[in-house]
Design a protein around this ligand. Structure first.
Ligand SMILES: Cc1ncc(COP(=O)(O)O)c(C=O)c1O
Length: 469
């Protein structure tokens, strides 16, 4: 076995905090951070699939050269990026699209008649068309650009929710929802008197679909569910849920943040009413996300935010509003970011979403099978089997070691980037009897070698902390 020398002298005491993580690791185990400046060395030779000299290479090996950020050292080790559920990395094609927009045709949209404005408008609207095609919406006007998925959920909860919910109406969610799917509905429930009902987990640690089916009744007005859990890695049977909801006249809002970047999603075959996703998790820029809504639903919804772009006519005492999607896009939108998202969609489509999904399923199994070998580990979510598929992520805890210590040590000693905290799923963590977990999450540009490096580093981390006991 290889001897690993720990670079402890470079540690300094810190108080680790993070926006979403309120977890404090035990003081005795808290290690300090002094970030060495990362050295960037982009691998020049792109590995191409099917190269006879290399034999069969994976999608991860094929696509890694497209992501400059992956080719660097962090804290003296080769970066292994396994925090993709938080945000994905961006391929050169997206970086170039952003740069080209700002260098060649930066201008405001929908307002000017000059060349630059017309081009920016065309490209912005083309990006909308790309999003629509990507999820098979029947028309572009069913896509509303928002800042992120969170804003898209708020748009639906305020605009649709305040108009359609009344006291005693029920909104059904699972307790595995992300905070961004829970809090907006709490706010709207407080204003309308609607009741939020949460589906718990089954014995396999996945949301209990049978309970969800039983909970749906004539009182149900909307079901708000994730497609793929960002903590449990479980996948919900959305087609069935939509049928149950529609049977009682309820709508379904699908949080597709962890599915749209990783698998084909077809809003028409799912017959979903609303869907939200964030560009930054699908290899696009931050600052842009989208809402899909069936056009008859969007047309009947009042504005969410007021201002320029969303109006038809403005008088001193009242205004009339534009048709969707403009009605919901007040002010200057994130133009470059939308165009960057379009470039990300071109990139993903070029690879093929089914191919991405198939490869990630292989990685998901490999990650799970490798991780269960770590001593005293508990992996959350369903145990995979012939009938139970997991996404390519694992949230876990190792007995008597705080997840923040694990994440810090992996980063400091091995250049492995994972997440620790509650992953914006506090009710779920509470239900599982924990306040935090560590999470490794993969994307198609990861490889089995990344998983091997992570497991080796994790074993080293566990040995290090156990050596104090
Ligand atoms: C399942 C799920 N829903 C919603 C969100 C919120 O996404 P954003 O912060 O981009 O709005 C996330 C992000 O982590 C997520 O994983």
């Amino acid at each position: 076995m290889e001897t690993v020398v720990h670079k402890l002298p470079s540690f300094h005491i810190i108080n680790p905090t993070s926006c979403c993580s309120t977890i404090r690791s035990p003081a005795s185990l808290r290690v300090g951070l002094r970030r060495s400046s990362s050295s960037l060395s982009v691998s020049a030779s792109a590995v191409r699939e099917g190269d006879p000299a290399l034999g069969t290479v994976s999608l991860g090996h094929v696509t890694r050269p497209d992501f400059p950020i992956l080719h660097q050292e962090v804290n003296g080790s080769k970066l292994v990026y396994l925090d993709n559920a938080a945000t994905s990395q961006k391929p050169t094609a997206v970086l170039k699209a952003l740069q080209h927009y700002y260098e060649a045709y930066n201008s405001n949209v929908h307002r000017g008649i000059h060349f630059l404005s017309a081009k920016a408008t065309d490209q912005y609207e083309l990006a909308r068309k790309k999003v629509a095609d990507f999820i098979n919406a029947s028309e572009s006007r069913e896509i509303v650009f928002t800042r992120n998925a969170t804003e898209a959920i708020n748009l639906v909860s305020y605009s649709w929710g305040l108009t359609n919910l009344k006291p005693e109406d029920e909104v059904i969610l699972t307790l595995a929802e992300h905070h961004s799917a829970i809090v907006p509905w709490q706010l709207v429930a407080q204003k309308t008197g609607a009741i939020l009902k949460f589906v718990s987990l089954n014995e396999n640690e996945a949301p209990d679909i049978e309970k969800l089916r039983q909970m749906i009744s004539r009182k149900t007005k909307i079901v708000v569910v994730h497609h793929v859990s960002n903590m449990l890695a479980s996948v919900l049977p959305i087609e069935e849920i939509v049928v149950w909801a529609h049977d009682v006249g309820a709508k379904v809002l699908l949080d597709a943040c962890q599915s749209v970047p990783h698998m084909p999603v077809n809003v028409q075959s799912l017959d979903i009413d609303f869907l939200v996703a964030s560009s930054h998790k699908m290899c696009g820029p931050t600052g842009i996300g989208f809402l899909y809504g069936k056009s008859e639903l969007l047309s009947a919804m009042p504005p969410f935010l007021g201002g320029g772009e969303m109006i038809s006519d403005v008088f001193l005492d009242h205004s009339t509003y534009a048709e969707p999607p403009s009605r919901f896009e007040a002010g200057t939108p994130a133009i470059g970011e939308a165009i960057g998202l379009g470039a990300a969609i071109d990139y993903l489509t070029g690879l093929g979403m089914q191919k991405i999904h198939d490869y990630e399923m292989e990685l998901a199994n490999y990650l799970y099978e490798s991780l269960v070998t770590v001593p005293n580990i508990h992996i959350y979510g369903p145990v995979p089997s012939e009938n139970v598929k997991r996404a390519a992520l694992c949230s876990f805890n190792v007995e008597n070691i705080h997840p923040t210590d694990i994440a810090t040590f992996l980063d400091q000693q091995h250049g492995v980037a994972i997440r620790s905290g509650h992953h914006c799923a506090q009710p779920l963590h509470r239900h599982l009897g924990i306040s935090a977990s560590a999470r490794a999450s993969l994307h198609f540009y990861n490889t089995k070698e990344d998983v091997d490096s992570f497991i080796q580093a994790l074993n080293d981390t566990v040995s290090f902390f156990n050596s104090f006991k």
